[in-house]
Design a protein around this ligand. Structure first.
Ligand SMILES: NC(=O)c1ccc[n+]([C@@H]2O[C@H](COP(=O)([O-])OP(=O)(O)OC[C@H]3O[C@@H](n4cnc5c(N)ncnc54)[C@H](OP(=O)(O)O)[C@@H]3O)[C@@H](O)[C@H]2O)c1
Length: 318
């Protein structure tokens, strides 16, 4: 079967470490099932895997990828990729993903725990469905679980083009919030307005009003701005740091305004089921930057590395 995989990780050239080739299809452990993948999507997590960060050393090729939608037992499904427990029963930290334990999903045939299959809404394309498991689940948990977004609230989304950011924008709009976004790119700001943002600003620009909730995925490049843009009693939710992992904190502003800073990572299976239901009910269509054949996945990885995309960078396996 064709599979996107890494043989030798490379910290300096993650795209160069990415290969597509024929590998043996994996055998399903007890309680796991086969899925014929129709589409997948890339995440920053995949670039870290290609760099050799966050996965245990391994011999031989390792399939990458956490996001997939396909057909299992005749049903159209989306794969929930978070493993609370490794296949051998060993307990692993929260938010271990299928590729972290050798079961990446960017391949024609994959195996996943039977309980991790969620029906694909008929209104979503394969690529749109494959966009949901990582970035959209994270954005859902950030907004609904960690920040309890409510209709009428003001949400600021930093770095509008990213997978989590476009998901947060669409989910917050559907939840009835007024959404402001920032982006360094005028073209991305235009696309964010088309997705329902009320305001689209250059990165770091003064916001017209303070936000109840700030969705932070960028890190040090935007964190000071996030703090300035949060109203008293508001919440900054952080799930990553594309520009780095250490940010200065404006402590007087945090304590004087009683701002909460909350972390978020992926989400539970119940949250994933709720996300898929929310997307279906509200007829939200995930922003897909582009879809290429699996053979051309390096193009998508390069776009992700350059921060060039708007929405999810997807691959087709049909
Ligand atoms: N904790 C979790 O469970 C979880 C899940 C998913 C993702 N993440 C993390 O969340 C982060 C976002 O991932 P993603 O895949 O959604 O998006 P991404 O491709 O990493 O890009 C996000 C955005 O960051 C902005 N950006 C990058 N460098 C910047 C800089 N120097 N200054 C200002 N803006 C900058 C860009 O915005 P503009 O070009 O629009 O300015 C870009 O669109 C990553 O760090 C990822 O590892 C965490």
């Amino acid at each position: 079967m064709r599979a996107a995989h890494v043989l030798t990780p490379c910290a300096d050239d993650p795209v160069g470490a990415l290969r597509v080739g024929d590998l043996d299809a994996p055998a399903a452990p007890p309680g796991w099932v086969d899925v014929d993948v129709r589409a997948g999507a890339l995440n920053m997590h995949d670039l870290w895997t290609l760099r050799g960060v966050g996965t245990a050393p391994h011999d031989g090729p390792r399939v990458i990828g956490s996001d997939a939608a396909g057909v299992a037992g005749g049903r159209d499904v989306i794969v929930y990729p978070v493993l609370p427990t490794a296949p051998n029963g060993r307990t692993v930290p929260h938010a271990t993903l299928l590729p972290d334990v050798g079961y990446g999903v960017l391949a024609e045939r994959i195996v996943v725990p039977a309980a991790h299959l969620v029906p694909k809404p008929a209104g979503l394309s394969w690529a749109e469905a494959a966009s949901l498991p990582t970035a959209w689940l994270t954005a859902y948990r950030m907004l609904f679980t960690r920040a309890a977004v409510a209709p009428g609230q003001v949400v600021l989304v930093q770095g509008a083009g990213g997978g989590v950011a476009t998901a947060a924008l669409s989910l917050a709009v559907a939840a009835g919030a007024t959404v402001m976004v920032t982006s360094r790119s005028p073209a991305k700001r235009e696309r964010a307005l088309a997705l329902g943002a009320a305001v689209a600003l250059d990165s770091g620009a003064r916001t017209p009003e303070l936000a109840d909730i700030v969705v932070e995925t960028v890190g040090p490049a935007t964190f000071a701005h996030s703090t300035r843009a949060t109203r008293a009693g508001g919440t900054i939710v952080v799930c990553g740091g594309t520009s780095g992992f250490t940010a200065d904190l404006d402590l007087p502003r945090l304590f004087a305004r009683e701002i909460s800073v909350r972390g978020a990572t992926m989400g539970t299976l119940d949250e994933f089921v709720a996300l898929v239901g929310f997307v279906d009910t509200h007829r939200v269509r995930p922003a897909v930057d582009s879809v290429v054949d699996l053979a051309d996945i390096r193009v998508q990885a390069g776009r992700m590395l350059a921060g060039a995309g708007f929405g999810k960078l997807c691959v087709s396996l049909t």
